[in-house]
Design a protein around this ligand. Structure first.
Ligand code: DGL
Length: 281
C-alpha cells in the first residue's frame, strides 16, 4: 500500500455514480486519503436480486478492507438498502450507508409535507427509505417512485435533454395532488439530473420542492463518525485519492469526470485504474 493512502476512507458504488458521494467527502474532509471503487464490470445493481447485491457488496467491501481503510462508505443506495447490515459483521472497521443520512436530511428540510423517494427498482422494493423515514417520523406520508431509466440517461450524458424531461414527467406524474414538499434523490446518479427533476417537480406539484442529495449528509456523518472514533487525520495537506474500476478504465473515464466535477482537487485529473476485486490484481 502506498504510504499516502494508509488509513484512507474506502468508498464504493456499483459504478461511477458514487463519485458524487466521493466528491462530497473530498469537499468536507480534504485532508483524508480516499480509495474509490466503482464496480463497473457488474453495474447496474439496481435491477438485480437482493442476494446478488449482497454478494457483490461483500467482495467490494473485502477489497477495501484489504487496503486497510479506516471507514467504508457505501456510496450506493441499492447496496445500502439491501446489504448494509451484514457488511460490518466480523470487522472493526465502521461501515456507513447513504439511506439513514438521506432520510434524516429530508426530514430536516421538509416543512411537514409528504416525502417522495426516487430510486432504483431494488431500492424502492426494499422499502429501506420508507423504514428509515418512519423510524424517525412514523406519521410521515412517503411516496416511493422507481425511476429505472434515469441511470442510463445519466450515463449517456443526457442531463438536460428533452427525452430526460419527458421521462421525468412520466415518473413524477403520480406525485400530482400530493403534499410532497421534499424529494430524496435516492440514487447516486440522480444529483446530476437535479435541474430536470427540480423543473418537472415544480411543474407537476405547482410549487417549489426541496431536493435532497444524501451525498452531503453522508459526508457530514462520516466526519462526525471519524471525530467520535478519534480517527480524523489532522489538516496538514490534501489527502491522496485513488480510483479503481472493475471494468476497463478507458470506457468510464469521460463519465467519471462528470460525476467528480465538484470535488476540491478537480484540477488534478481523475485517473481510473483497473482492479479485479476478487484477486486484488
Ligand atoms: N449507484 C446505484 C444507486 O445508488 C445506482 C446504479 C445501479 O443501478 O447500480 O442505487
Amino acid at each position: 500500500m502506498r504510504p499516502d493512502l494508509e488509513g484512507a476512507i474506502g468508498v464504493f458504488d456499483s459504478g461511477l455514480g458514487g463519485l458524487t458521494v466521493a466528491a462530497a467527502l473530498a469537499n468536507a474532509l480534504p485532508q483524508e486519503a480516499m480509495i474509490y471503487l466503482g464496480d463497473t464490470a457488474r453495474v447496474p445493481y439496481g435491477n438485480r436480486s437482493p442476494a446478488t447485491v449482497v454478494r457483490y457488496a461483500r467482495t467490494n467491501t473485502d477489497f477495501l478492507l484489504r487496503q486497510g481503510v479506516k471507514l467504508v462508505v457505501v456510496a450506493c443506495n441499492t447496496v445500502s438498502a439491501h446489504a448494509l447490515g451484514g457488511l460490518a459483521e466480523g470487522s472493526t472497521t465502521p461501515v456507513l450507508g447513504v439511506i439513514r443520512p438521506g432520510a434524516r436530511a429530508a426530514l430536516a428540510r421538509s416543512a411537514g409535507g409528504a416525502i417522495a423517494v426516487l430510486g432504483t427498482q431494488a431500492t424502492v422494493r426494499s422499502d429501506a427509505y420508507l423504514h428509515a423515514l418512519h423510524e424517525l417520523d412514523p406519521e410521515r406520508t412517503v411516496h416511493q417512485v422507481a425511476c429505472p431509466l434515469f441511470v442510463p440517461l445519466v450515463e449517456e450524458g443526457w442531463l438536460d435533454h428533452p427525452v430526460t424531461t419527458l421521462v421525468a414527467r412520466e415518473y413524477l406524474a403520480p406525485l400530482k395532488d400530493t403534499s410532497v414538499d421534499t424529494i430524496i434523490l435516492g440514487c447516486t446518479h440522480y444529483p446530476l439530473l437535479r435541474g430536470v427533476i427540480d423543473a418537472v417537480a415544480r411543474e407537476v406539484l405547482g410549487r417549489p420542492v426541496n431536493l435532497v442529495d444524501s451525498a452531503e449528509a453522508v459526508a457530514a456523518e462520516a466526519a462526525a463518525l471519524l471525530d467520535r472514533a478519534g480517527l480524523r487525520t489532522p489538516l496538514a495537506a490534501a489527502g491522496a485519492h485513488r480510483f479503481y474500476v472493475t471494468d476497463a478504465p478507458s470506457t468510464s473515464q469521460r463519465v467519471a469526470a462528470r460525476f467528480w466535477g465538484g470535488a476540491v482537487d478537480r484540477e488534478a485529473p481523475l485517473v481510473l485504474e483497473h482492479v479485479d476485486v476478487v484477486t486484488g490484481s
